[in-house]
Design a protein around this ligand. Structure first.
Ligand SMILES: Cc1cc2nc3c(=O)[nH]c(=O)nc-3n(C[C@H](O)[C@H](O)[C@H](O)COP(=O)(O)O)c2cc1C
Ligand code: SF4
Length: 413
């Protein structure tokens, strides 16, 4: 490897230090119990992630309310979950006290599932919709986020990730498409109000300088009126507001930004580059570089969408084919000031022991994610999520559900 190996050097985030620069992204898995508490399956997944020695683990999107939520069995963070979450964090910290554990707080908004919760929106988007939220609703939701942040702190998490990404409520409010004339829509000042007031309130009310504050941001959603577009009805990219958002969050106490892009229910391959459109992965490098260039040097920029690089067996164009690996790009991008931390999503399902294996020079033992996207199929079907390629129970579950669906289709025709 021509680049200096920096993936396994520590990185300071706020007043804390992550032991290395490989992180696991937030990955929802629909396997909580009926109260939104971690189940046996949840424990099994995170136990492996902590044993795998990543520098940072971002807990999957955990909902601040059960009234509006995207998944039937979604983890939740309300007073009723406090005891179970305390036990969960304690168990994970026993396995590995060094890994930084962040909680990704979310509200699903227009992505809430109407079969078991209320779908709500800031302005109906074709294909989504829901009850249009009023100012009092947003104020209540802000209170729920603040309460959840306090709970995250009290149960022992090291910090939070406010979800302003992937088309959930945090992004919906920020979009230029939200041009409705109300306190939280129209001008940038109005659309950024929720994000900025929320960060300010959490900083003040949690009041712990060692608690890490940050946010996962979809810098460009990739559709007309989405975040990072030049107006409510254009898809032309203009990152001015996304940069303003990250700078504003930084001013109000964020010590990291987790860069992402896309809105998976609309632009899936942009969020998680797949085999057919792998090249979007390079766009993520550009986005994280833009953030690095605009934020303070001490603000940690974490970059998403690295699973596709694998061990070089991918169909991405490269300058030197043999160097087109996760390790190559991770090291190069950190060395070149493109990113500070390399974050992987789907690879965490394929092989949660990846960081440990790489650290120990056991590259040949890594089970590399093939970017087949079967795991997202579980999520769409509201089934417990896992890797259908390397984890037999999940392979069997997928075969079974597809077979049953095939039979049903045959019966209908
Ligand atoms: C099954 C599944 C669940 C996901 N859940 C979340 C989530 O809870 N929060 C989030 O911000 N992103 C979520 N993502 C997106 C990932 O965190 C990540 O941004 C994306 O997969 C790109 O990274 P990768 O190319 O390394 O997989 C999910 C992706 C998948 C496939
Ligand atoms: S199911 Fe496919 S995309 Fe998902 S983790 Fe496994 S190999 Fe990767």
């Amino acid at each position: 490897m021509s680049e200096k190996n920096v993936l396994f050097t520590p990185v300071k985030i706020g007043n804390r230090v992550a032991p290395n620069r490989l992180a696991w992204n937030a990955m929802e898995c629909c396997d909580s119990d009926e109260e939104g508490n971690p189940s046996g399956l949840t424990y099994e997944r995170y136990k492996k992630l902590f044993e795998g020695q990543a520098g940072i683990v971002d807990l999957e999107a955990i909902t601040v309310t059960y009234d509006s939520r995207g998944r039937k069995n979604q983890l939740s963070i309300m007073p009723r979950n406090k005891e179970a979450l305390t036990k969960f964090v304690t168990e994970m910290k026993k396995i590995n006290p060094d890994t930084i554990f962040l909680f990704q707080l979310t509200h699903s908004g227009e992505l809430s599932h109407p079969d078991f919760s209320e779908r709500v929106c800031v302005k109906p988007l074709p294909g989504f919709g829901g009850r249009v939220l009023e100012e009092e609703d947003i104020e209540k939701i802000m209170d729920q986020f603040v309460l959840s942040a306090k709970i995250a702190h009290d149960v022992g998490a090291d910090g939070i990730d406010l979800k302003f990404s992937h088309g959930y409520l945090g992004s919906q409010i920020l979009r230029p498409y939200n041009d409705r004339k109300w306190k939280y829509g129209g001008s940038w000042e109005n659309r950024s109000r929720f994000a900025f007031e929320l960060m300010e309130r959490i900083k003040e009310e949690v009041n712990d300088p060692n608690f890490i504050l940050g946010s996962k941001v979809s810098v460009w959603e990739g559709f007309p009126g989405g975040t990072g577009s030049a107006g409510p009805d254009t898809a032309v990219m203009d990152l001015t507001e996304s940069i303003e958002l990250c700078k504003g969050l930084e001013e109000r106490g964020a010590s990291y930004i987790l860069q992402s892009a896309g809105s998976p229910s609309i632009t899936l391959a942009l969020s998680q580059p797949d085999k057919s459109i792998p090249d979007y992965a390079y766009l993520h490098h550009y986005f994280s570089k833009v953030l690095k260039d605009n934020l303070k040097p001490e603000t940690v920029v974490m970059g998403s969408a690295y699973s596709i690089f694998r061990d070089g067996r991918n169909n991405l164009q490269a300058v030197k084919k043999e160097e087109n690996t996760l390790e190559y790009w991770g090291n190069k991008n950190i060395n070149d000031g493109v990113v500070d931390v390399v974050v992987l999503g789907r690879q965490s399902f394929a092989d949660p022991y990846l960081p440990k294996k790489l650290m120990e020079g056991r590259q040949e033992e890594v089970k590399w994610c093939t970017a087949c996207d079967s795991c997202i199929e579980f999520l769409i079907r509201q089934m417990p999520v896992g890797c259908a390629v390397y984890n037999k129970p999940y392979t069997e579950a997928l075969v079974k559900v597809r077979k049953e669906e095939g039979k049903l289709r045959q019966k209908r025709t």
